[in-house]
Design a protein around this ligand. Structure first.
Ligand SMILES: [Zn+2]
Length: 273
């Protein structure tokens, strides 16, 4: 029996997949991926995001595609106020499952600088407001800014929940996001036995608060990496390896875990099972 899986975070619309997207979509479906989410990051990519979404949903024997447009904090220099209006139009005119990926990212030095960080916070808050207005969950991108993201979510009294994507925080941060109604997104990093903090977090919070994602074309599971020097492209068809890694970390049966994660995903995305 093939397990039913939901890839909650993909960049399957990017040009890395232009030459073989159709074949990879069939491979994903054959591996049990019933649904995938296309995640937004830049306004200039919105048209391609929609195009890929329609393309996948016209294929037979492919996963069902869902749209989650948004403005990513890492690309903050490129975002303009008008892009928020374009996002609002998409939310009005398309059937969007969430707003993504949004949050804060202070990995780069120039993003820690007061003015840029303030712009990230303003765009994050504005998109949370849109999520409240349209009653959508959000998929969060958080890098070196867990406390600030939590602060803004509380300040905005955000109740729609969603997923803290590629969760990289510790146990205390995990507890705080769960308390605010979020699930934690688990990537191929879980296949790395040296990712100690991540294993500690999933073992502490347990399977009820987790969902799966590939974050393709990044975060390739260890088993699928063909070289240690060069990045191997990740694809939605690799999601079963993420499940396998998580089942191993939790000492759980894969089938039982997959069923729990399926439920969690539907809950996080406000979907009926
Ligand atoms: Zn992403």
């Amino acid at each position: 029996m093939t397990l039913k899986l939901f890839d909650t975070h993909t960049h399957f619309d990017v040009p890395d997949f232009d030459h073989d997207r159709e074949q990879l979509a069939y491979a994903a479906k054959a591996a049990g991926i019933e649904h995938l989410i296309l995640i937004g990051f830049l306004q200039k990519r919105f048209a391609d995001l929609l195009g890929t979404h329609d393309f996948i949903n016209h294929l037979e024997n492919a996963p069902q595609s869902h749209l989650a447009p948004g403005l990513h904090p890492f690309y903050i220099e490129q975002h303009q106020i008008e892009h928020l209006q374009d996002l609002e139009q998409l939310l009005k005119n398309q059937n969007c499952i969430a707003i993504a990926e949004i949050g804060l990212d202070t990995f780069l030095k120039q993003h820690k600088q007061a003015e840029m960080f303030q712009k990230q916070k303003d765009f994050f808050a504005a998109q949370l407001e849109l999520a409240q207005q349209f009653d959508k969950p959000v998929l969060l991108h958080i890098r070196k800014s867990h406390a600030e993201v939590l602060h803004i979510l509380k300040q905005q009294q955000f109740k729609q929940g969603g997923i803290a994507h590629a969760f990289g925080g510790g146990v205390e941060e995990a507890k705080a996001f769960i308390k605010l109604g979020f699930k934690l997104g688990i990537t191929g990093q879980i296949t790395n036995p040296n990712a100690r903090k991540l294993h500690q977090v999933v073992q502490y919070v347990g399977p009820e608060h987790l969902v799966l994602e590939t974050d393709c074309p990044d975060m390739t599971p260890l088993c699928c990496q063909s070289s240690t020097e060069q990045r191997t492209r990740n694809t939605p068809a690799n999601l079963p390896y993420v499940l396998q890694g998580l089942a191993k970390s939790l000492h759980m049966n894969k089938e039982v875990l997959a069923e729990q994660l399926w439920k969690n995903t539907h809950q996080a995305l406000h979907l009926a099972i």
